[in-house]
Design a binder for this molecule. Sequence first.
Ligand code: HEC
Length: 126
Amino acid sequence: MSGINLSLMKKLLLIALNLALLISACTTAVIEDTDPNTLPPIQGVIRYVPEIQGVMTNYCTTCHSGPAASTGVNLTSYQNVRFYTESGNLVERVNSTTNPMPPSGLMPAIERQRIAKWVEDGFPQN
Ligand code: HEC
């Protein structure tokens, strides 16, 4: 095989590899299990409005709202989110690698760190 063909082969191989990576990145659910404790600490207070409400809206309320909320858990009010965080298994589920919420995979660590800080801060409402 000539040198030119060999370098062409290498290029094609690289392109194929990149395509494979791209496709797998697009089709695989992102299971990010970075430990929120390894992030730099959050400065300032985390409140239900706006931070926690934002997390719920972005990751939870498609399933957990309205009369048909998944397993009856409605996460659209301060009282409810506080209840499931303080007295239920919300924190455990959002950090579970085997049984996470949302079911498609763990949220980015920064979102889970916000929830942890909200607990630590004593559930400020707004
Ligand atoms: C795609 C739909 C869907 C999304 C999105 C989703 N959930 Fe769930 N959730 C469910 C279903 C279905 C169940 C009941 C089955 C189970 O426990 O796995 C459930 C159960 C739970 C439970 C357990 C309640 C109990 O009594 O044991 C908690 C807590 C919870 N979800 C919190 C959340 C949070 C917080 C988010 C967002 C970070 C979220 N869920 C996102 C569908 C969803």
